[in-house]
Design a protein around this ligand. Sequence first.
Ligand code: PGA
Length: 240
Amino acid sequence: MRLVAGNWKMNGSPAAVTDLVAGLTQRLRAAEVGCTAAVCPPAHLLAAAVAAAGAGLAVGSQDCSDEAGPGAFTGEISAFMLAETGCRYAIVGHSERRQRHGESNTLVRAKASRALAAGLVPIVCVGETLKQREAGDAAAVVSEQVQESLPEGWSTDTLVIAYEPVWAIGTGLTATAADIAEMHSAIGAVMGSRRAAILYGGSVKPGNAAEILGTEGVNGALIGGASLKLDDFWGIVTAA
Ligand code: PGA
């Protein structure tokens, strides 16, 4: 099943949950779509999002702790707590966390393992910087991230990878279809005979969604900015 997930980042409010989550639920009830849709609001809105989301809409977190807990880990939320709240997915290793919080592949793998153990599907994010792409290292960098970030014991149904070139996030720039296909194929090669869904992320909008989602090896999309507007996110969901 294809997946279109909206990463709200540090945006949203109780009113946005009503508008977006309830609005999406209503539209999903009325239409048949060829993908699973998910929203990943900030942690304080997760319970409200779960309450507002109907059967066709999944909820995910933007992160989880690398500790199993419970315990003295101020500010952290364990994967188990997120599962208990009703989350189905947990984004881990988003480039904004890798860059702003120095998250290493080792830490991302630990978080993904906790998510898996709690019954969540980790969405493991990988992606190269512009400098790495310009140096011709994109495939090597991303392959290494995948190799080192994937948890033990994942299976096709319990893991999702999101390929998000760092330079395409929030910039309006997107990778070409050829580049996306090449990177998704490189990621697939690392996974070997098992194949988890690979999402593309980075400035996906209703206008470019059909082309990106139709690219070989693309099993869905991780959406930032466009997931904050009901019509835009819905346009991408229906394109999938
Ligand atoms: P964007 O963000 O769609 O705003 O580029 C994507 C992401 O960070 O997941």
